[in-house]
Design a protein around this ligand. Sequence first.
Ligand SMILES: [Mn+2]
Length: 262
Amino acid sequence: MSRIKKTINIIGIPYDEKSSFMRGSALAPDKIRETFHDGSANYFAENGVDIQNDVELIDKGNITVNKYEDIKPEIAKHLSENEKFIFLGGDHSVTYPAIDAIKEHHSSFDILHFDAHADLYHEFEGDRFSHACPFARIMELGVVNRLVQVGIRTMTKHLREQADKFNVEVIEMKDIQLISELKFSDKLYISIDLDGFDPAYAPGVSHHEPGGLTPRQVINFLHKLDCEIIGADIVELNPIRDQSNITAALAAKLLRELCGIL
Ligand SMILES: [Mn+2]
């Protein structure tokens, strides 16, 4: 029996100018690719999907970004109706233009967001498009039905108010056992900020926030999803801060597992 292979496109977004604390994540897309293909691991996802043969994986390279406003149109050039996309950031500010571009092809969907931070600030240090703000901008687009954030452990009073305003479902790290009850049934986009993981597993990020997720928790949760996944991003790898390439290895592993479930 033959079947049509799914096409999964990888798009790098080498942009870190909206980082509030430390630059470096612009180097991440190439570092993740290099690690993905370095021969240290095979190309099978844990669920048995052979990334080399069972899916059509197309690396579109990195988009050219001179300024933040370039990101949406540069992404839009590559998007199409029936193909899947994995974006490699970049800092988390890139997720807003990515979603803004995707909404031309999907009129409503849910987002599952792993992070130490809610990234819901109305503005941060005078910038509404800071990497601390993308999910406020995304919710203002009006195309996301459910935003579910997992692993959050830095909530302020303002962020709790923003989460209430946008009806965000926040599973804070202190209540992480609640993910066992979490289910999705509609189209889903997945955004993974690597600082959602404990810095012990992911030291190569700009913001170290101890007490975080384990790779096993996240991967097991991804494998349990049985809804349609339209796309994903992996953001905030900062190769300058990484130790022994351990965070890049986690990013490459997540890329493989996302290819397995998309
Ligand atoms: Mn974060």
